[in-house]
Write a protein that binds this ligand. Sequence first.
Ligand code: DO4
Ligand code: MG
Length: 285
Amino acid sequence: MKICRFQSTTAEPKIGLVTDESEVIDLSGANIDSLATLLGGPTPADEIASLDTASLKRHPLSEITLLAPVDRQEIWAAGVTYFRSKTARMEESDFSATAYDKVYDAPRPEIFFKSLPEKTIATGAAVGIRKDATWNVPEPELALVMNAQGEVVGYTIGNDMSSRDIEGENLLYLPQAKMYDRSCSLGPWIVVGPTEEAVRQWEISIAIHRQDEPVFSGSTSIDQIKRRFGELAEYLNRSQTFPHGSVLLTGTGIVPDDSFTLASGDLIEITVSGIGTLSNPVTIV
Ligand code: DO4
Ligand code: MG
């Protein structure tokens, strides 16, 4: 079951159900007008499955604009959850290498604040590279969607845009490497229902094009994430409440060679086999 935020002819954002026939069923007719309401309850999948959608308005997917699938949820991110991420960070940084090595094996995961709903970029819109950074990469990540109880109830795709030169210079610069205008995209929608075991069978892949030519591609299995989803969710929700639910990116397992950096005009496409594709051009901010 795919839940989206969208705009049709009216400017007002709406919640929709994306059907296998590439239609969007407008759930505002069933009094569902925010993700905060859905994620504030315990089981959004059951709530939507119980609706009688026959009389609700439908739009062809091609005629609506998808919005980032967040309205009142904070967006957080976990790091160094794949072996590939650990080794890449140890290489990029002289004096922070032990920190990455240690956090990969430590009981407590690395979790950092990433974005707010109003700052988060939807599929189709531009993500940003910082004007003061020289080494910029996308980080393709599975994102967990949690309800107010901190339980994982859905999945979407995230791009944790990162400036590797700033991050590598000093670990204390991590917030500047990770949080700036247009540094986080999410979408195209939220898939609710699948179990962690099913999701671990999915693949995540990325393709980057520059002037229509491929310049980087890579893929990995979601099952390479070292930590259980419930473990990551439990740490995020420990001593912290999210009454409208929350989103947690789960870390990257695909890191381009050190010679690669993004350029303005590049097109980034991140695909998760059970979800769809998050597609964003790149601009300088
Ligand atoms: O510790 C730096 C960031 C790690 C990260 O974002 C990742 O592994 O995806
Ligand atoms: Mg990341």
